[in-house]
Ligand binder design. Sequence first.
Ligand code: CLF
Ligand code: SF4
Length: 297
Amino acid sequence: ALDRLPAATRERVRNHPCFSEDAHQHYARMHVAVAPACNIQCHYCNRKYDCANESRPGVVSELLEPQQAADKVAAVAAHIPQLSVVGIAGPGDPLANPERTFATFRLIAERTPDLRLCVSTNGLALPEAVDTLCRYNIEHVTITINCLDPDIGAEIYPWVFWNNRRVRGRKGAEILIEQQQLGLERLVERGMLVKVNSVLIPGVNDQHITEVSRAVKAKGAFLHNLMPLIAEPEHGTFYGLMGQRAPRASELRALQTECAGDMAIMRHCKQCRADAVGMLGEDRSAEFTLERIATME
Ligand code: CLF
Ligand code: SF4
């Protein structure tokens, strides 16, 4: 699939394990969990765990200060030669913690300049952050876009925090959707590679996902990642919708195939935790705790 891309784009995804399926056998990624706050509420998140927009339920990452994060990246880079990408994906929303997130990127770029930088966001604060993302050489951005229709959004997002107040229901969802779309447009204008994650929630947005896929492709998104809702009771009950089930594997596959007619679909996502370390699907975070790093060369 890579051969069909322009050479410059090919170069940028060649060693990114998420943006290129071919790369995920050969290159590793790591996340640094520096971003605790979030600016929206998703029904499938109870805030005790990592951001469910790009991670597994039931895990709590060790929160790092920016300097600790840069030290950890340097230690991992020294031990895992396949490391090519460092991402910030939580435990909350990276762009709701701009000082911590960008201080971390700056320190990593100084210390380990060869690593690619990647970020994942719910999109609420994205349009205003695009200039800064470019300035810090972030080339890969993921936006979680679950819907385009605010009525569906109101079933997924009880509120967003906007201009210092909580905006609930349909109105809040409308703001989030507008910001996500504007953010996507601005990123594409600036030549960023944008992946869109959509959490597939049966009975809520499953009939709507193909429309999302078409729309984000038309705006120039590079890749669409359909992620199954993980309906674990400990991760949040999808309150208001008790008993919300996860999609069956066959439902996920059918939708992936349907959307694949429109754009490149990611099928190898492992729903990593916010402090994941190693090849996709591999978790070596326990080898690189702060305590252990302190004793490494
Ligand atoms: Fe991390 Fe995400 Fe960047 Fe990858 S993960 S911030 S794009 S470096 Fe990858 Fe993990 Fe799936 Fe994310 S497999 S959860 S898509
Ligand atoms: Fe939770 Fe992530 Fe949604 Fe914020 S954006 S409420 S951390 S799932």
